[in-house]
Design a binder for this molecule. Sequence first.
Ligand SMILES: [Mg+2]
Length: 169
Amino acid sequence: MTKPILCLDFDGVLHSYTSGWRGAHFIPDPPVPGAMAFLIEAVKHFDVNIFSSRSHQDGGIRAMQSWIDYWLDQEFGWDKGADVVATANQARNDLVYPTEKPPAMISIDDRALTFTGQWPAMETLLTFKPWNKLPKLAVGVGDIERMMDAGQSMNLNVDGTVTPKPVSQ
Ligand SMILES: [Mg+2]
């Protein structure tokens, strides 16, 4: 049975990409948490195509394959048991590395908007930030929940902090 194609971006999606670009064949950072488990699950449902700006550059595909091999071994290696290794090997073998954009049913990319039929404002595009460049909340979810439970209004500050909103007199 033919599976639908899931097109997966690499940098900023599988690769955490915290060190920035160091060349098509050099991949310095660990995976985004959950990436290897996601690949193992995704190949059961999709023809998973990993397509990146690395894909058409010398050594790019080989580097992505080696990096995925390494991290699958790290997270789903022999210490986890033969069944786990078998599912990791299935993912490793089933992944496809096209050199041109595939006719995907759906794509995951950290630098894209889902087109809704409404054209985005230039400002929206010009100020776009991928998920890992957004300001981080400087307070825990628990703190926010406590303030909400107490009926406390909050200010979300530009530095990512959340503070109780002063009660107006
Ligand atoms: Mg990317």
